[in-house]
Design a protein around this ligand. Structure first.
Ligand SMILES: *Cc1c(COP(=O)(O)O)cnc(C)c1O
Length: 379
């Protein structure tokens, strides 16, 4: 079956007792057992819950993986994957990362004993050069946050396999509708389901999707042992979100491409970062490994920080907020918001300038979004 159909049906068969078409919210902590050692499939909701299981199956199906494991947040899913490593192991991470992933690596896992190196996410040779005998994992995001760089998943998968390391892709910005890293050779996919998968800015969640048995068993053990599981309501909201993922993503992309082209021509805009633009340095690679370019745009405004403040204060529709991937358009100033965990020197090194603005383009009518942007740019 095709993606749109699987998003609505996989893991979500009608409920057996009543025929309910929608997976119920199994708001229960525990389950009656038929006898000692005779549970009916569930024992305790940290370990397993039917609403969560439906979500896990649906997400595994959309990514083309065998197993999905849902977590209470994207960061919890990320943590579960790093727990596959041991003190003394090395991870090579891309150099443009979600601020929270960078913070986790630097402030939690480096003190814990993980060796962390960063490589230019657009250059597979830089990753190959960073591989050491203790390298166990390559961690990338693509498209990256906030600079929308594109990493070559298939090349990095080859490098990872040669060095017996796992390639992990945080694919949050693309969603499985536009990009399926497992099909390109990655071992593990991570999403913040808070973003496009949930799609309505109303819940926090994360997921790990993978096919390899050993890594799955270890991550599943950790999910239960450490306990950062989502509740059934949150799972239900994300399940409800993914039913419309395909139609939402098509609209996000259509609106974003239109606005990216508009911004690129605008005299008050110095530079636009959007992988769907021919001017994007990895546009060809993005075309090869993605089936669309998603709804995130970053750009540098002329006039430095004062222009940023003026632009943001003039916007009416784009709400100033962290996060992304919801139906409503958001604007964010990465240096002081999502990427404030990076000190100014680190931001500079990573190319995050003081005039950088990030847009999460929603699915409002394009004419209204265009008018809002042009109005705020002062036209
Ligand atoms: C938001 C985000 C995360 C973290 O997810 P939470 O649900 O906020 O914990 C990780 N990676 C990327 C790319 C994100 O945008």
């Amino acid at each position: 079956m095709r993606f749109e159909t699987r998003a609505i049906h996989d893991g979500q068969e009608a409920e057996l007792t009543t025929g309910a078409v929608t997976v119920p919210v199994y708001q229960t902590s525990t389950y009656q057992q038929d006898g000692i050692g005779k549970p009916r499939g569930y024992e305790y909701s940290r370990t397993g819950n039917p609403t969560r299981q439906a979500l896990e199956q649906a997400l595994a199906s959309l990514e083309g993986g065998r197993y999905g494991l849902a977590f209470a947040s994207g960061v919890a899913a990320t943590t579960a994957v790093f727990q596959l490593l041991r003190p003394g192991d090395q991870v090579v991470a891309g150099d443009d990362l979600y601020g929270g992933t960078y913070r986790l690596l630097e402030r939690v896992y480096r003190p814990w004993g993980l060796h962390v190196d960063y490589a230019d996410v657009t250059d597979p040779a830089a990753f190959a050069a960073s591989i050491k005998p203790n390298t166990r994992m390559i961690w990338i995001e693509t498209p990256t946050n906030p600079l929308l760089k594109i990493a070559d998943i298939a090349s990095l998968a080859t490098i990872a396999r040669k060095s017996k390391a796992l390639l992990v892709v945080d694919s949050t910005f693309a969603s499985p509708y536009f990009q399926r890293p497992l099909e390109l050779g990655a071992h593990i996919v991570v999403h913040s389901t808070t973003k496009y998968l949930g799609g309505h800015s109303d819940t926090i969640g994360g997921v790990v999707v993978l096919s390899e048995e050993e890594a799955y068993q270890q991550t599943k053990f950790y999910q239960n042992a450490a306990g950062a599981v989502p509740g059934p309501w949150d799972c239900w909201l994300i399940l409800r979100g993914i039913k419309t993922l395909a139609v939402r993503m098509r609209e996000h992309e259509r609106n974003a491409l239109h606005l990216a082209r508009l911004l690129e021509k605008h005299p008050k805009v110095e530079r636009v970062y959007y992988p769907g633009l021919e001017s994007h340095p990895q546009h060809k690679l993005a075309q090869r490994q993605m089936s669309g370019f998603s709804g995130m745009i970053s750009f540098e405004i002329a006039g430095g920080y004062p222009a940023v403040e003026q632009f943001v204060s003039r916007l009416k529709l784009f709400l100033l907020a962290e996060s992304l991937g919801g139906v409503e358009s958001l604007v964010c100033y990465p240096p002081k918001m999502t990427h404030s965990a990076l000190d100014p020197a680190e931001r500079k090194r990573r190319g995050i300038r003081d005039n950088l603005i990030r847009l999460s383009v929603g699915i409002e009518h394009i004419a209204d979004l265009e008018a809002d942007l042009l109005g705020a740019l002062g036209e």
